[in-house]
Design a protein around this ligand. Structure first.
Ligand SMILES: *Cc1c(COP(=O)(O)O)cnc(C)c1O
Length: 312
């Protein structure tokens, strides 16, 4: 299968809004709540049959960056990530789909055979360069950035995790779609860097409360989102720090069980991001956090890439 970049660029700018799924969930009904799922995971383009990497919030975050790269004449993308990074996988898929060469700087030592995420990156044609943890931490220092710019002069540079101003712009579109799709009182979503949450803040002002579920440990997210918003004039968003279940890429039994309960309601999730969001949603419903009569939209940010791949 050969990619058709022209058709893919066209898709990128004209894709239909991702669908809303209505959940038939007894617990929510008992609390007088309606739960809908914004299926951003279904907003995707496949580099290969079954590929899930360029989809979900990674589509949202990459969209305007890809358009900017094209407009500015870049032929390549360069980015950074850990060996299980959905952002790295999405960038690799994007390169394949849109006809851009891709380079990935990977945190840590190489391991063979490559894990499914890195195998996917390689299959998409991404070159992989490994930086040990100490060196990786220097990647944003001006001297290191200048060195990379010289080595990869034709590359548009995306930060680790893909969060920048253009990423926020793409995520803002999600809020606009949702507003058109019905009355929503709360949005709940998974957060890594907080870029997706930050992008949703301005366009939901006045009509929804935002709840960001931190999947990483460390209580840094409140500050990270505040910095992204600078100045933060908004009272309608908050970060939930108690559902990370041990941290990134941890899947303890509680997360596996949440995943199974959601699957039983017809909702496919993955353990790293979206199952933790589900865990948070269940807990808040049980604690009567939400006003009775409200509609809550769970944002399915995608991520099935890593999960499906790890199942083989
Ligand atoms: C990358 C990712 C996130 C985190 O997005 P941020 O903008 O970094 O907060 C959430 N969910 C899924 C499925 C992801 O792949």
């Amino acid at each position: 299968m050969h990619p058709d970049p022209l058709a893919n660029w066209e898709q990128l700018v004209s894709a239909a809004p991702s669908p809303l799924q209505e959940l038939d969930w007894e617990l929510a009904q008992q609390h007088g709540l309606r739960i809908v799922v914004k299926r951003d995971d279904q907003l995707r383009l496949e580099a290969f049959p079954g590929d899930q990497a360029f989809g979900g919030n990674k589509w949202r975050k990459l969209k305007y960056n890809l358009l900017a790269a094209r407009e500015q004449g870049y032929r390549q993308l360069l980015t950074f990530g850990g060996a299980y990074s959905n952002h790295l996988a999405a960038t690799a898929s994007a390169g394949y789909l849109f006809g851009l060469a891709t380079h990935g700087i990977v945190r840590g030592e190489p391991n063979w055979p490559l894990n499914p995420t890195l195998a996917h990156c390689q299959r998409c044609g991404m070159t992989l360069e490994y930086w040990d943890r100490q060196r990786f931490r220097t990647k944003d220092q001006p001297k290191v950035v200048a060195g990379l710019k010289a080595r990869f002069a034709e590359a548009y540079v995306l930060p680790e995790g893909g969060t920048n101003a253009l990423a926020l712009l793409g995520c803002a579109e999600l809020a606009g779609e949702l507003h058109q799709q019905g009355t929503i009182d709360y949005l709940i979503l998974a957060c890594g860097t907080g870029g997706t949450l930050a992008g949703l803040v301005a366009p939901t002002a006045g009509w929804a409360q935002l709840l960001g579920v931190a999947v990483l440990k460390g209580n840094f997210l409140q500050q990270a989102v505040t910095d992204l918003l600078a100045p933060d004039r908004y009272p309608h968003w908050q970060v939930l720090n108690s559902y990370h279940a041990g941290g990134y890429a941890k899947c303890p039994p509680a997360v596996a069980a949440a995943l199974a309960r959601a699957a039983a309601l017809g909702l496919p999730l993955e353990p790293i991001y979206t199952a933790k969001t589900w865990l948070g949603l269940e807990d808040l419903v049980q604690k009567n956090f939400f006003r009775s009569g409200s509609t809550i939209a769970l944002i399915h940010t995608g991520g099935l890439q890593g999960y499906r791949a790890s199942l083989g």
